[in-house]
Ligand binder design. Structure first.
Ligand SMILES: Cc1cc2nc3c(=O)[nH]c(=O)nc-3n(C[C@H](O)[C@H](O)[C@H](O)COP(=O)(O)O)c2cc1C
Length: 193
């Protein structure tokens, strides 16, 4: 990894083996390197949120997940749409990541959001909900371009996104997120490292 590479944590909101969301994420991991290094953070081992187990006694898998968020420069989240919202799996993981409130590892991070669905609307309603959820954690959403991939079944092959137009928009969103991170790293005066 080069020193100037942007380090993102990649999250797919689906546990499904042949998930389109995961396919999009894995395509981006391959296409964005080496300028943008994306590390996938699978959610399979994240238990259901329980406030009794939060804090000092949090489960090891949650601690590792939050550590990965703390160490990255930004996140890219690709979510399916379930009943016009994000998956429970993703919401659950974000709830863990959101604590302690106003001092969580996700606070202040640049987050690139994408949704994906076999339906025509590409999960646009889930994306609106996801936007609301991550901004409530004081994360910074890179809002343009917004990536919604509809008719996903026809745009994937062998676990990868093959539709060039969708890939172009997704890559543009990653670049916008990376630019935002570089801007924030420089600071308002442009003088910080
Ligand atoms: C419980 C459930 C609810 C769903 N609700 C929606 C929905 O509201 N909108 C939509 O576009 N697709 C919906 N779908 C279809 C999913 O978009 C589709 O299963 C998709 O492939 C899931 O994402 P994945 O491929 O990343 O696993 C739903 C699927 C499930 C299992």
């Amino acid at each position: 990894m080069s020193d100037s590479a942007i380090r993102l944590l990649g999250i797919s909101g689906s546990l499904r083996r042949d998930s389109y969301s995961t396919a999009v994420l894995r395509t981006l991991i391959e296409k964005a390197a080496p300028a943008i290094e994306i590390t996938e953070a699978p959610l399979h081992a994240i238990p259901l949120y329980n406030q009794d187990e939060d804090g000092e006694r949090m489960p090891t898998t949650v601690r590792q997940f939050k550590q990965a968020i703390a160490e990255c420069q930004g996140l890219v989240i690709v979510s399916p749409e379930y009943n016009h919202g994000i998956s429970g799996v993703l919401k659950n993981a974000l709830d863990w990541a959101s604590r302690p409130a106003f001092a969580s590892p996700i606070m202040g991070k640049v987050v690139v959001l994408m949704t994906c669905s076999p339906g025509f609307l590409g999960g646009v309603r889930a994306q609106a909900q996801l936007h609301l959820t991550v901004t409530s954690m004081l994360a910074h959403v890179a809002t343009h371009p917004q990536v919604v991939i509809g008719a996903a079944a026809s745009k994937m092959k062998d676990g990868r996104l093959t539709d060039q137009a969708s890939l172009d928009v997704a890559m543009a969103a990653l670049q916008a997120g990376a630019a935002e991170i570089r801007l924030r790293r420089r600071g308002p005066t442009g003088s910080s490292p």
